[in-house]
Design a protein around this ligand. Structure first.
Ligand SMILES: [Zn+2]
Ligand SMILES: [Zn+2]
Length: 176
């Protein structure tokens, strides 16, 4: 989705507020439902635009413990600066790097919302996704997903929750 910003570009201080849902797929992200965008675009003069606000989406992630797919709501803060294609700031791209400038080129008075949504969501994904804080992971020996059921390799179970081990000792505490 492209947003026409030609009406504010040449008026420093002019603003545009956006509150919309983006249904287009975003490369590298698997989403449930649309992306919620709440953005304020402010014209800074000389074609520079600052964009700030929030991006929200439900993202399918793979649990880092049990490898199952689950959905997590992700909220990202947006704070970007856009320069018109061919502007002086962008000419020094090679020296500074676009990322460091936190700048993106835009063309013909249009901003790409997919780019804003995608970059900010990707940057806000958890480093180690967990389907739940209590996820028991998979058994390192047989590969059984221990959230679904326990496996036959008893030692693995005791490692995961020491209370079970203590209980087992107690219940089999009869003289041997
Ligand atoms: Zn998990
Ligand atoms: Zn096992």
């Amino acid at each position: 989705m492209k947003i026409d910003v030609s009406d504010i570009i040449s008026h420093p201080g002019a603003k545009k507020e956006l509150c919309l849902k983006l249904a287009e797929p975003l490369e590298g992200l698997s989403l449930e439902g649309p992306v919620d965008l709440q953005l304020e675009i402010v014209s800074g003069g000389r074609g520079v635009l600052s964009v700030q606000g929030t991006v929200k989406a439900k993202v399918f992630l793979t649990c880092s413990r049990c490898a199952s797919q689950y959905c997590e709501p992700i909220e990202a803060e947006v704070q970007e600066r856009f320069y018109p294609e061919g502007s002086r700031e962008l000419e020094h791209e090679d020296e500074v790097g676009l990322d460091e400038l936190c700048a993106f080129p835009y063309t013909e008075g249009e901003l790409s919302l997919e780019e804003i949504a995608r970059d900010n969501l990707l940057a806000s994904l958890p480093y180690r996704p967990l389907c739940s804080q209590e996820c028991r992971g998979v058994c390192p020996q047989c590969g059984q997903n221990l959230n679904e059921k326990a496996c036959e390799c008893g030692s693995a179970q005791e490692e995961i929750d020491p209370r079970w081990g203590a209980l087992k000792k107690f219940s089999s505490g009869s003289p041997q």
